[in-house]
Design a protein around this ligand. Structure first.
Ligand SMILES: *Cc1c(COP(=O)(O)O)cnc(C)c1O
Length: 386
């Protein structure tokens, strides 16, 4: 089976991790700050905080932005559940903004209309999580403008967009947001096995996230309520968690960072090839905004079902049966049972639901060969035209 995504691990990656195993520190050593520094300087952000997953990064980002009971978090329904769940972790309420049928990202016009209504009802969001689906950035300029007008904070969930650019600058520089989140799960652009990172230019947000990721405990005297009892002393000043990244993960990430730009460039080569080879099929190919250099985590096609004599499910199953490890990203979050129990229902976000009924993610990963890609094209062509 040709998988839809797969990590690329080099001998240098392996050696870096083995070196850590032989060193004095398996956690809380020099590799984590070195990895943070490498990412921060690559994207042009002031602070980077590495954690054990993007899910944890989303949680501490929401906490640092003051999201709490009674507050609202808004995001897109076409995302992984983690982009919404972080609001629930904080005791806040979650709502969604429908997608733009062309970009598949949260639609700024829908957002504005919903904000106008929310202002009247007194239910404006505290935090908006803007997800760069497939790696293509959201319309951050429009979102920033609305965030200033309506007073909400912006988190970019750039789990798919590591190494991508918006308006010629690396995503993660937080020019149009308060905090940006990266994921390093093995299917994503670079990996630390499990792992994530939060970027910000704001000193106070960085300080808060630093506390939340490690028990809310500080060793800095100026943050304590009184003089330390002695050299052993630390104080818990917040309720935090253990969301720390290990040295092994950071060493892997640091080594992977050296190939980040190459990984993304290879994804662009593969995507351009797909664009050309799939041009004549009854499917909608991914649309790319000219302002963006996508991280291209995913290559999503949409079936033009009115031109096919097969269902979405049949096409999907026939691809899998023929060794093509396709996937679907994503099941609209508001249709998950957990969210339905909160009152959401089918029909709430029609563009998202329409997208879901047609979308298929084709295999794409840096190690993919032309032969593998030709096989995907051949099988897909057969399945769609037979
Ligand atoms: C993968 C992913 C996450 C969660 O990442 P983890 O590192 O697995 O916690 C969150 N949001 C999006 C959009 C993702 O794709």
């Amino acid at each position: 089976m040709i998988p839809y995504g797969k990590q690329d691990i080099s001998q240098q990656d392996i050696d870096s991790v083995v070196d850590v195993l032989k060193s004095d520190f398996l956690t809380q050593g020099p590799k984590v700050p070195a990895f943070e520094q490498a990412v921060a300087s690559h994207v042009g952000a002031k602070h980077a905080l590495a954690v054990n997953s993007a899910t944890s990064a989303l949680h501490i980002a929401c906490l640092a932005l003051g999201l709490a009971e009674g507050g609202w978090l808004w995001t897109t329904p076409i995302t992984f559940v983690a982009s919404a769940n972080c609001g629930l972790y904080c005791g806040a309420k979650v709502d969604f903004v429908d997608i733009d049928p062309k970009t598949y990202n949260l639609c700024p016009k829908e957002l504005e209309a919903k904000l106008v209504q929310a202002e009247r009802k007194g239910t404006l969001p505290k935090v908006l999580v803007a997800v760069h689906l497939c790696g293509q950035p959201c319309d951050m300029q429009a979102i920033r403008k609305l965030s200033k007008k309506y007073g909400f904070k912006v988190i970019e969930d750039a789990s798919h967009a590591v190494g991508g650019k918006y308006k010629s600058e690396f995503i993660g520089n937080c020019r149009f947001s308060d905090i940006t989140i990266f994921s390093f799960h093995p299917v994503k652009i670079i990996t630390t096995a499990e792992g994530g990172l939060a970027l910000t230019n704001n000193d106070s947000l960085a300080e808060k996230m630093n506390l939340y990721r490690s028990h809310g405990v500080t060793r800095e005297i100026e943050k304590m309520t009184h003089e330390p009892d002695g050299p052993w002393y630390y104080q818990q000043v917040e309720l935090g968690y253990n969301y720390r990244m290990t040295e092994l993960q950071a060493a892997l990430g640091l080594s992977q960072m050296l190939r980040l730009d190459k990984f993304v460039a290879k994804r662009h080569v593969l995507a351009k090839r797909y664009d050309k080879l799939l041009d004549k099929l009854p499917i909608t190919l991914p649309w790319q905004h000219e302002d963006s250099y996508s991280g291209l985590h995913l290559y999503v096609i949409r079936l033009q079902l009115d031109k096919l004599n097969k269902s979405h499910l049949e096409v999907f199953e026939q691809l899998r049966d023929n060794g093509i490890g396709v996937n679907v990203h994503y099941i609209p979050v508001h249709t998950q049972p957990y969210y339905k129990h909160m009152g959401f229902k089918q029909g709430d976000f029609p563009n998202a639901e329409q997208y879901y009924s047609e979308a298929i993610s084709l295999p794409m990963f840096p190690k993919m060969t032309e032969q593998q890609q030709d096989k995907v094209v051949e099988v897909l062509t057969k399945v769609l035209t037979q």
